[in-house]
Design a protein around this ligand. Structure first.
Ligand SMILES: [Fe+2]
Length: 404
């Protein structure tokens, strides 16, 4: 079965078509939310903005391997002499990758320190000024004051606040704008042609974005998202037992009112081995985005397509699939377990349903940022039951890098 034949993918045909709310309920666990009682209403993701060493090649990688489609561009040809920026989309997910053109660009220093990574988790909000007013009076650092940018397509209002490390949240209201991305960007279609038979698109939406913070800082950032942005805790939580024995990390999850935006936050925990979070903090030179979970309606087709393009995934050991406890726990899923095993896809079940997930190896030179693919079937969790198998796989990779 190809991805076009899957029920989730059939409802929209173009790669750039954003999922409907009905689709988002299934894909990412969207819930109803009354924004009138919300002090910091957030509608969803606007974009994940990356700074990379070579935006031209990263854009090509996201198109050719991850099936994203180029939509817009800014660079020297459009009057932006500082950097090149490529805007790519898959379903409702938008990535913007920026790389310095001018050797004196501030992006050079950022990249020198952090390597490739996400600098801005931009969020879509209905009222920028209301959010900033609330954030300012509740302890946020306002990096960019609310302002308008206008061109022939209309006006975008935005502002930005600081979050962990050198990461920010730009808050964007584009309700009065119908241009390709932001003023200053031009529509640009890719020269890249997808391979014959390639799925129309591999993923439909961003499910969650995970931040790694320093030891002892997780609760502070959970509190930041609660106090400043009105996010609430989600149930998932990694207790001390898992933390110290296997993963050497602690994790809590906060989400906005409609659960469209979910932020798991990790901190290292003290253990015998070097935490995977410590490895990240060392190589990213501080807190930052660890992984981005991409929601897909067909994780099997997605993994097959990505492997064909050379994307590498963390291996799950055969013992994971042979474990009778796991088999009893997961019950019936939509495909035979052997289909998951042959691809290394993990499965977890909770009281609401189950989910299928898999993690890539870091997509950058430094052992920092990676992707998760997630296919939800009712479960609103993050795969807590897989943490042990997952972390053991990560530790094998860490050991191979000499960082354990
Ligand atoms: Fe995740």
């Amino acid at each position: 079965m190809t991805i076009e034949q899957m029920p989730n993918a059939r409802s929209s045909t173009a790669p750039s078509t954003a999922p409907t709310d009905t689709e988002l309920r299934k894909l990412v666990g969207l819930v109803d939310h009354d924004t009138s009682v919300d002090n910091f209403p957030v509608s969803g993701w606007d974009a994940l903005v990356w700074v990379v060493g070579n935006a031209t090649q990263t854009a090509h990688f996201l198109e050719s391997a991850f099936g994203m489609r180029l939509e817009a561009y800014s660079g020297p040809e459009t009057g932006n002499r500082d950097h090149k920026a490529y805007v790519l989309r898959s379903g409702g997910a938008r990535f913007v990758v920026k790389g310095a053109v001018d050797p004196d660009s501030p992006l050079v220093a950022h990249h020198d320190r952090h390597g490739d990574g996400v600098v801005d988790i931009a969020l879509e909000v209905p009222d920028v000024d209301r959010c900033i007013e609330w954030a300012r009076t509740h302890g946020a650092t306002v990096l960019v004051e609310p302002h308008d940018e206008t061109d022939e397509f209309g006006t975008v209002r935005s502002a930005a606040i600081a979050t962990y490390g050198e990461t920010r949240h730009t808050l964007v209201d584009r309700s009065a704008y119908n241009g390709p991305y932001l003023p200053g960007y031009v529509t640009r279609k890719a020269g890249y042609q997808p391979r014959e038979g390639a799925p129309n698109r591999l993923f439909q939406a961003i499910d969650h974005v995970v931040g790694n913070v320093e030891l002892g800082q997780m609760d502070e950032w959970v509190e930041f998202y609660r106090r400043v942005m009105g996010f609430t805790n989600m149930a998932e939580f990694v207790g001390d037992d898992i933390a110290t024995e296997y993963s050497a990390l602690m994790s809590k999850v906060v989400a906005n009112g409609n659960h469209r935006v979910k932020f798991p936050l990790n901190e290292p925990a003290v253990s015998k081995k070097k935490s995977q979070i410590d490895e990240y903090l060392e190589f990213y030179r501080g807190p930052g985005v660890q992984h981005i979970a991409l929601a897909t309606g067909d994780i099997l087709g997605c993994v097959d397509a990505l492997r064909r393009e050379g994307i590498e995934f963390l291996d799950a050991p055969d013992s994971y699939y042979q474990d009778p406890e796991l088999r009893a726990r997961i019950g019936q899923v939509r495909v035979p377990v052997e289909e998951l095993q042959s691809r290394g896809i993990l499965v977890d079940r909770d009281e609401d349903g189950y989910l299928l997930q898999i993690f890539t190896k870091p997509i950058t030179d430094r052992p920092t940022v990676f992707f998760e693919l997630i296919e939800r079937h009712g479960s609103l969790g993050f795969g807590k039951g897989n943490f042990k198998a997952l972390f053991e796989a990560i530790e094998r990779e860490q050991e191979a890098r000499g960082n354990l």
